[in-house]
Design a protein around this ligand. Structure first.
Ligand SMILES: NC(=O)c1ccc[n+]([C@@H]2O[C@H](COP(=O)([O-])OP(=O)(O)OC[C@H]3O[C@@H](n4cnc5c(N)ncnc54)[C@H](OP(=O)(O)O)[C@@H]3O)[C@@H](O)[C@H]2O)c1
Length: 295
């Protein structure tokens, strides 16, 4: 399907920005959070009726995991009930609906990377709300893409956190400040521009269904940051490995939640490069950005 016009909710965020770029040769409709909050069914219907996109990609979410634990109603309102309404509005108009989900739908106890058809068992309110968003989407028919990704890193900061983690720790290292990273939480780092390209391919190929879209391989947060420091010429920067328990955070998180895809190659979509290659690309892009700013 040639998507002449695509709508993106959450287009100012990490992944949304990369998606706007991935579709830059097409018409992109990306209203701001203020103009079209995902909770506002009237504003969503008006967006779809006025602009008639071929597909809508939902990147908006309430995804600050610890805050979701304290505010489960809000997590379900944004990540599940609003997604349900949006899926229904799209289905009623014949508009393809893509929504982004997470490795946090899994409990991390499987002992291997999760595939698309593994059973979900979220540990957190965030994960439960995203899993509910997935199920509610599926009930509106087949013309949907549920894209699970993990540990997204891109060039634009997450709106809820205000920074990209990798940029933050690189800046700390450049200033000689110490960094502490957990070494017992393993995931699949995912470079936003790579994820965005695969999402475009999935949409254009009409490869509907649930897909895992992450860079290949897995590592702990400590290993990820150590690799980034090494590649950035900061191998001697102070970096300490710690455990999740030592952080004193009471939210139960999946400790081993890498994702792998059994569907991308089946559906003719190129698998994503390794996270190590993605890190090279990220660092080269960061270098160009800093050079352009004269930093
Ligand atoms: N970041 C990760 O590591 C990660 C991992 C797995 C899955 N995911 C999923 O990937 C998706 C994109 O994440 P991201 O990292 O790109 O997030 P992000 O950078 O925080 O961007 C979120 C976007 O959604 C908008 N937004 C937030 N609440 C909204 C609402 N109620 N109505 C309309 N728009 C709203 C934000 O706008 P404002 O900034 O104006 O509020 C922003 O444009 C989410 O579904 C997330 O659950 C992320």
């Amino acid at each position: 399907m040639r998507v002449e016009r695509v709508a993106i909710l959450g287009g100012s965020g990490q992944l949304g920005s990369a998606l706007r770029d991935a579709f830059r040769d097409r018409e992109v409709v990306a209203p701001s959070h203020t103009d079209v909050p995902i909770e506002d069914a009237g504003a969503l219907a008006a967006l779809l009726d006025d602009r008639r996109p071929r597909a809508l990609i939902n990147c908006s979410a309430f995804h600050h995991v610890d805050t979701c634990e304290r505010e489960p109603e809000r997590a379900f309102a944004i990540n599940a009930l609003a997604v349900d309404r949006l899926a229904a509005l799209c289905a009623a108009r014949g508009i393809g609906f893509a929504t982004i989900s997470t490795d946090y739908v899994f409990d991390g106890k499987l002992g291997r990377a999760y595939r698309e058809d593994d059973a979900v068992n979220p540990l957190t309110a965030y994960g439960a709300s995203k899993a509910a968003g997935e199920s509610l989407t599926r009930r509106h028919g087949d013309r949907h893409w549920i894209v699970r990704t993990s540990g997204v890193f891109g060039t634009i900061g997450s709106s809820s956190k205000g920074y990209t983690l990798i940029d933050k720790v690189l800046r700390q290292a450049e200033q000689g400040e110490p960094t502490r990273m957990v070494d017992d939480m393993v995931f699949s780092p995912s470079y936003a521009p790579h994820v965005a390209r695969a999402i475009r391919d999935l949409i254009e190929r009409e490869a509907y269904g649930t897909h895992h879209v992450v860079n290949a391989g897995a590592c702990s947060w400590y290993e990820f940051v150590r690799a980034a420091f090494g590649k950035a010429g900061l191998a001697d920067a102070p970096l300490e490995a710690t455990t999740y328990a030592a952080l004193g955070n009471r939210t139960r998180r999946p400790m081993y939640s890498p994702l792998e895809s059994a569907t991308l190659s089946r559906d003719g979509v190129a698998p994503l490069p390794s996270w190590d290659e993605a890190l090279d690309e990220f660092l080269a892009a960061r270098q160009s950005r800093l050079a352009a700013r004269g930093a």
